[in-house]
Ligand binder design. Structure first.
Ligand code: ZN
Length: 140
């Protein structure tokens, strides 16, 4: 079941980058003009204003502002903190058994806690079961 933590960190980073990439239009000199934004893998993002090409970077600087949803960012922060809290813990360099630092609290020293990744970490993975790299063995 290894790889779930790396998978989750990558998905959370992607979601954060997508959210920070969201932009909102603001009052600008382009209001009232015909603005068309296109994208092609060959030419990248193209902005056409009143039928004429316009530098895309300049357009987005003037006419939009970053607009990440603070609730989405807070949700991603909370998931990240859960992942940090439920970190793997092994029993010295010779043991291959890995448990969860948080979930193994309360166990006696000679007992082993639940195997890592714990149910909490596997539950966090449920947000990304439609991703092609999701491993069904991670499902809690
Ligand atoms: Zn745990």
């Amino acid at each position: 079941m290894s790889g779930l933590v790396e998978f989750l960190r990558a998905r959370l980073d992607e979601a954060r980058a997508r959210e920070h990439g969201k932009r909102r239009s603001i009052p600008s000199p382009f209001d009232g003009h015909d603005v068309e934004i296109t994208y092609s893998s060959y030419e990248g993002q193209q902005v056409i204003v009143d039928g004429h090409p316009y530098p895309a970077e300049q357009y987005f600087k003037i006419a939009t502002e970053p607009a990440p949803d603070p609730n989405v960012i807070a949700d991603l922060d909370a998931k990240q903190r859960l992942l940090d809290l439920h970190a793997p813990d092994s029993f010295g360099s010779t043991s291959t058994y890995v448990t969860c630092k948080e979930c193994s609290q309360g166990y006696e020293v000679h007992e082993w806690g639940p195997e890592y990744p714990c149910v909490t970490v596997r539950l966090l993975g449920l947000s990304f079961t439609n991703h092609p790299d999701y491993d069904e063995r991670w499902r809690p």
